[in-house]
Structures are given as structure tokens and as C-alpha cells.
Ligand binder design. Structure first.
Ligand code: FES
Length: 156
């Protein structure tokens, strides 16, 4: 759920447009994504149109406009992981989940994002699933892993 939007906005000065990005960052950190309501309220607070906010926010690729999936996958595409074959892993994740990076599957089960380095460069490709690290990931491991994760969701 996250902290009430009004409580977050109260920490900032009304109409101070320079605070837009810090406000959106705080809301996303707290709520996990930027809902339409959050964009509208922030717009009213700062005197900015929602179109303008969407325009600015989509410029920074760290903002999400849909909630994350129950299973959140982060796959590293930093230099070492790339050299160790992360692209093939990313392609397989896309194939198995049917979504592209930054999206959430229709059933709300999966979302994944591509990140630049997770500090495990010697063990790449590195993948993080709901906070748990998987190292030396190979594309052929993905179908089984996704199947297991689906099973966990279905039996939760
Ligand atoms: S490049 Fe992937 S963990 Fe560093």
C-alpha cells in the first residue's frame, strides 16, 4: 500500500517544481511504482500537468508506472555479465514470461528489469529473484526456474 500520498507531498513545498523528481522518487520507493493517482496528485501539488509529468518521468528509465509482479526478476547486463552471455538469458526470460523488461505480466505474476551491475561480476550472468541471487545463470535453466516460481505463486 505505502504511505498516504498527501503525507509524502506535505514534506515538500507546494508549487516548487524543482522537487518533481525527488517527489516521484520518494513515491516510487514507498509504493513500488507511480500510479495514475500519484501523478495527478503530484501535478496538482506542483502546478504541473499530468502530460508534462509523464513526459519528464518517462525520460528517466528508473520510474515504473505499473506495479511490479509477485515475482520480481533483475538480470544483470553489465560488461562482465554481458561477456558471460547475459543477452541469451534475457532473451529466454522474455520468451518464458512473455513480457519485455520493465513490464508486468497480465496475471501480475512476473516482472523483470535489466540492471547494470550487481557486484557479482566474477559469477555472471547474475540474476536476482525477489532478493535472492542466482549466479552463472544459463538460458536452459530458465524454463525450470520459471516453472518452480509459478508453482510457488499458485500454491501461495
Ligand atoms: S556485471 Fe553483472 S554483476 Fe557486475
Amino acid at each position: 500500500m505505502g504511505t498516504d500520498l498527501d503525507i509524502i507531498l506535505k514534506k515538500y513545498k507546494q508549487g516548487k517544481r524543482e522537487d518533481l523528481i525527488p517527489i516521484l522518487q520518494e513515491i516510487q520507493e514507498d509504493h513500488g511504482y507511480l500510479s495514475e493517482e500519484a501523478i495527478v496528485k503530484t501535478g496538482n501539488f506542483l502546478g504541473l500537468s499530468t502530460t508534462k509529468i509523464y513526459g519528464l518521468a518517462t525520460f528517466y528509465d528508473k520510474f515504473r508506472f505499473i506495479p511490479s509482479g509477485k515475482i520480481q526478476i533483475k538480470i544483470c547486463h553489465g560488461t562482465s555479465c554481458f561477456l558471460n552471455g547475459s543477452q541469451a538469458v534475457i532473451n529466454k526470460i522474455k520468451e518464458e514470461t512473455g513480457i519485455v523488461a520493465g513490464q508486468t505480466s497480465r496475471d501480475g505474476n512476473f516482472s523483470y528489469e535489466i540492471v547494470s551491475c550487481m557486484g557479482g561480476c566474477n559469477n555472471g550472468p547474475v540474476m536476482n529473484v525477489n532478493g535472492e541471487y542466482h549466479t552463472h545463470i544459463k538460458p536452459e535453466q530458465l524454463p525450470e526456474l520459471i516453472k518452480k516460481l509459478k508453482y510457488v505463486i499458485d500454491n501461495d
